[in-house]
Design a protein around this ligand. Structure first.
Ligand SMILES: NC(=O)C1=CN([C@@H]2O[C@H](COP(=O)(O)OP(=O)(O)OC[C@H]3O[C@@H](n4cnc5c(N)ncnc54)[C@H](OP(=O)(O)O)[C@@H]3O)[C@@H](O)[C@H]2O)[C@@H](O)CC1
Ligand SMILES: [K+]
Length: 475
């Protein structure tokens, strides 16, 4: 699924409209919106005729969409009340609603909100600045307290359309009906959680002239893209991962990274980390070898802590011209620039340190931050966390891995994630694909096993997930 910025949407809308806005796009939007509301009413109260809908109307075209949809609903016998909550409502939309039998109420006339079966959020769309004025936020809270489900028009009002940030009050929608194309804020947390179920209504926008801002993967695409081995693939075709992770202080990181590489399907794993990890590895994963030799992907950095020869270790690996994954403490030892064949896997704090900014800056605009990571290093970057983003040199489009349940992120998850990514890299896939596939496999597996599994156990389930896909013939 591709998502676009407000600026791109405006360009596409202008191209579709031609020199004059004759309202065609708004009518398409309103028709699609009304159809979704009809279905939502059928599901919730098993009727359309006589159902009650409250329309919250802002000052722009977003309110216009809601009012025109309200008019269509009123013509089908829905009892529609509209209340202007910001500025002056869209005049033609309001006239259409009144002509269709809807009512306009003042805010003071609103009582017994629980009597409404559904509310339409037409307060702000892509012209909105994040946040809502206090009195509007108060009304939105009262609707939530009254358990009235909200269908958001285009975006849940209050969220930042281009970043997914929610810096102030915002609507939490059960369903968001968006028009033309998906916007970035629908897919990035925390706005993603405010969006509810996302429905895309085709209004005839042409995306072909725009490079998507975001490219979101789903599980089916991950399964289809996985580097499945051919019958004749030997261990080198599947790929050899060299794991130099962990330290005497943090041996577990080396163990978990190895679990990731083994269960991600590497043809062979060479463990080149501390001796203290070797007994556990050889007991649990007897296929792992401890001798140096040919590797097709490096995995460095997890659990290093302070390492006297860290800079040299990274420099040697990069100089070998084999691709690699550089994680965690290893990021502190990276050379000034790296090839795009290398994958860096920072979490928000590590990326902030790498960029020399506050962590909150990364969290407020992760898309900009992950791109800045590429600009700063030259490498491909996977920003780990609740939302996992992958940016690479040469394209503006950022890829979004399949999201996982909240339990995925815990101590050691990043170590096994590095191993999964390195396995894909060793199989010959480019760094950005290794990142998306590794992160997505971990998330899909965690969703299928939603308990708080420790990362090494979840890594084992990753192999089961690959096996399930294989058996389903998704290869
Ligand atoms: N273009 C098209 O062809 C189509 C567009 N469509 C629809 O139009 C929507 C975009 O409409 P839009 O551009 O009128 O912007 P919209 O979000 O309704 O409101 C902007 C107004 O809100 C105000 N305002 C902003 N933030 C605020 C805040 N925090 N608190 C208070 N006020 C705030 C802002 O004020 P100002 O910035 O001037 O101060 C301005 O007056 C789009 O999402 C889709 O639903 C569809 O019909 C398909 C065809
Ligand atoms: K809205």
């Amino acid at each position: 699924m591709q998502a676009f910025t407000v600026e791109q949407v405006r360009r596409m809308e202008r191209a579709a409209m031609g020199p004059e806005d004759d309202g065609t796009l708004m009518q398409r939007a309103a028709a699609g919106l009304a159809a979704v509301v009809v279905e939502a009413l059928r599901t919730r109260v098993d009727r359309v005729y006589g159902a009650r809908v409250l329309v919250l109307v802002g000052p722009g075209n977003n309110g216009g969409d809601a009012l025109w949809a309200g008019a269509r609903l009123a013509r089908r016998g829905v009892r529609v009340d509209a209340v202007g909550v910001l500025g002056t409502p869209h005049a033609e939309g309001l006239a259409a609603l009144l002509a269709a039998g809807g009512r306009r109420l003042e805010r003071a006339q609103l009582s017994a909100l629980g009597a409404y079966d559904l509310a339409l959020d037409g307060i702000l769309g892509i012209g909105g600045r994040p946040g809502l004025p206090d009195d509007v936020a108060d009304l939105v809270d009262r609707l939530a307290d009254a358990d009235v489900p909200v269908v958001a028009v285009d975006l849940p009002s209050g969220v930042a359309a281009d970043t997914g940030a929610v810096p102030g009050a915002a609507v939490t929608a059960a369903v968001t009906v968006t028009f033309g194309v998906v916007k970035v804020g629908h897919l990035l947390e925390p706005a993603r959680s405010r969006t509810g179920r996302l429905v895309l209504v085709d209004i005839g926008l042409d995306t072909s002239a725009e490079e998507p801002e975001l490219d979101a993967w789903d599980a089916a695409r991950v399964a289809a893209a996985w580097p499945w081995p051919a019958p004749q693939s030997d261990k080198y075709a599947k790929g050899v991962v060299g794991v130099d992770c962990g330290s005497e202080t943090y041996p577990g990181a080396g163990i978990m990274a190895t679990y990731g590489a083994v269960h991600g399907g590497a043809g062979m794993v060479r463990f080149l980390g501390p001796e203290s990890a070797q007994t556990v590895i050889t007991t649990n994963l007897p296929d792992v070898v401890f001798a140096p030799g040919r590797v097709q992907a490096h995995l460095l950095g997890s659990g290093w802590g302070d390492r006297a020869d860290g800079t040299q270790a990274v420099a040697d690996a990069v100089a070998s011209e084999v691709p690699g994954v550089l994680d965690a403490d290893g990021l502190r030892y990276r050379p000034e620039t790296m090839p795009g064949t290398w994958l860096l896997t920072p979490h928000a704090g590590e990326l902030a340190r790498l960029l020399g900014v506050e962590r909150s800056e990364v969290e407020d605009d992760p898309l900009a931050a992950v791109r800045a990571g590429v600009g700063r290093t030259g490498a491909t970057v996977l920003l780990k966390g609740a939302t996992q983003l992958v940016a690479r040199p040469g394209t503006r489009t950022v890829e979004l891995a399949v999201p996982g349940p909240a339990w995925t992120g815990r101590a050691g998850s990043g170590d096994t994630l590095g191993g999964l990514c390195a396995a894909v890299l060793a199989a010959g896939r480019p760094a950005h694909e290794a990142a998306v596939l590794g992160a997505s496999l971990q998330a899909v597996t965690a969703a299928a096993h939603p308990g708080p599994l420790p990362p090494h156990a979840l890594a084992e389930r990753c192999a089961d997930q690959l096996g399930a896909w294989w058996q389903e013939g998704r290869r």
